[in-house]
Design a protein around this ligand. Structure first.
Ligand code: FAD
Length: 441
């Protein structure tokens, strides 16, 4: 017989909403706590920069809760096509939710999609808005214990409720990860993290160094290039493309920043140096769980661990779980599969290995990462194993493996992002019709 659990979900972004649908489908009772005034998480664009932080996103510790959650910029369009951004039974493809039917829609379209999904799935009515979770703690020390959730409501009152299980879906693109550049104390220009980037105008006529070559780094560098004097992208793994980027008048690619010289210039690892006005870090985010202080569960150099398959801490499984940690995959699909697994593990339909076996599996994963020379901070970056991970999750819950078509579309999208051609989104459908889709590298 399936167990029915009372479950608290922390956060009503894409992860919290799809987790709620899957938990409800599995027969659980669900309460979703959302600290902001609406569901949608990251996709709820906020034109303000983070007022409780400096431009680098460093928090004012007196007001850690009063921050801007979303890191979206005004012009943002999805970096994956809409056919990869729906949920099963509720696709994004083939219809428009806010009138933006493009293959790569703007952020408002994704938010409208999530609103519609929340309504249709019944998740919306489980969400308590302006309810910030302050503390999540087990009532005992053993697996299977119940959990106390302390939360603050709109009126400022703090309440505590007890649940069988907690699913953490608080999002991981808010707290900036800023690398320490040797000699940065000699830097006299501006510094900013992409968390606080909204529009290109403040960079007009500037010489800007953009650090990082992820999807946001590329988007922002190319957007700024339309107003800036020069844009210099500094990135690891860029050796084969150093120098001016042909497609643009004023964009150069460099190796990573080596240091800030005594004269205040930025020196790159390939040896060149230049004077710049701003360093703009597009260097990703830190996992941050201010409401969790658990024995044996840590965030160390951006590794949340130990976590069995990025979801369950062995000591507290299945009653504590995390949805949405892995990156470099089809995000919405991963959120859905992880959610199905959590829901099935809580009901007993999916069986987890023993605590010891899960701990051993996590250790083995870490050993393999070390052996491959993979830095600890990339623990949740899926890289080449993304398909294997998705198929493994699918096996846990009896879902089909990833279709070849979706895999190809994802790989094509990644290739397009890396082509550094900012026209790829608009050319996508045209190219698909002409040659089945390809992006020149
Ligand atoms: P979020 O959307 O961040 O939601 C977390 C929610 O938890 C928020 O609503 C927050 O208010 C709430 N919360 C946090 N702490 C608490 C608390 N203590 N109590 C109560 N509530 C709390 N993905 C794609 O698939 N395609 C894209 O094109 C794409 N582009 C992106 C572009 C940018 C610039 C960024 C930053 C991300 C992008 N992503 C993209 C990734 C995106 O983050 C995920 O797709 C997805 O939206 C993450 O959902 P989430 O629910 O895990 O987190």
């Amino acid at each position: 017989m399936r167990r029915r659990a009372e479950v608290a979900v922390v956060g009503a972004g894409a992860a919290g909403l799809v987790a709620t649908r899957e938990l409800l489908r599995e027969g659980h009772a669900v309460s979703v706590f959302e600290k902001s005034g609406r569901a949608g998480g990251t996709w709820a664009y906020d034109p303000r920069a983070d007022a409780a932080a400096d431009p680098l996103g460093r928090r004012d510790s007196a007001s850690p809760g009063a921050t801007v959650h979303s890191s979206l910029y005004e012009s943002l369009r999805t970096n994956l096509p809409r056919e990869l951004m729906g949920f099963s039974g509720f696709p994004m493809a083939g219809r428009a939710f806010a009138g933006d039917a493009r293959a790569f829609p703007g952020h408002r379209e994704v938010l409208a999609f999530l609103d519609a999904f929340a309504e249709e799935s019944g998740a919306a009515e489980r969400v308590r808005l302006r309810a910030e979770v302050l503390r999540v703690a087990p009532l005992g020390q053993r697996q299977g214990e119940r959990w106390a959730v302390a939360w603050r409501g709109e009126d400022g009152e703090v309440a505590e409720e007890v649940f069988d299980a907690v699913v953490v879906c608080n999002g991981h693109c808010t707290v900036p990860l800023v690398p320490k550049i040797p000699g940065i104390d000699k830097w006299r220009g501006k510094q900013m993290h992409s968390h606080n980037y909204r529009v290109p105008e403040p960079f007009r006529d500037q010489c800007v160094v953009v650090v990082g070559l992820g999807a946001s780094g590329i988007d922002i560098a190319l957007e700024i290039s339309h107003v800036a004097k020069e844009v210099h992208i500094a990135a690891r793994y860029s050796e084969d493309r150093l120098g001016k980027i042909e497609l643009y008048q004023n964009v150069w690619m460099h190796a990573e920043i080596d240091c800030i010289q005594d004269d205040g210039q930025v020196r790159f690892a390939e040896g060149s140096a230049l004077a710049a006005d701003t360093i703009l870090y597009c260097t990703g985010y830190r996992y941050h769980f201010p409401f969790l202080d658990l024995d044996g569960l840590t965030v160390d150099d951006n590794r949340v661990g130990p976590l069995y398959k990025h979801v369950f801490p062995p000591k507290y499984a299945p009653n504590l779980s995390f949805v949405g940690l892995p990156s470099k995959t089809i995000m919405f699909h991963a959120l859905e599969l992880e959610s199905k697994w959590v829901a099935a593990a809580l009901s007993g339909r999916a069986t987890l290995p023993s605590e010891e076996a899960m701990t051993a599996a996590v250790k083995e994963d870490y050993r393999r990462m070390d052996e491959a020379g993979r830095p600890k901070r990339h623990t949740h970056v899926l890289w080449s194993e993304w398909v294997e991970y998705m198929d493994w999750l699918a096996d846990q819950v009896g879902e089909p493996h990833l279709e070849a078509r979706r895999r190809e579309v994802y790989e094509r999208a990644i290739k397009c992002i890396w082509s550094l051609d900012d026209r790829y989104r608009d050319q996508w459908e045209e190219e698909e019709e002409q040659n089945g889709g390809d992006c020149a590298p």
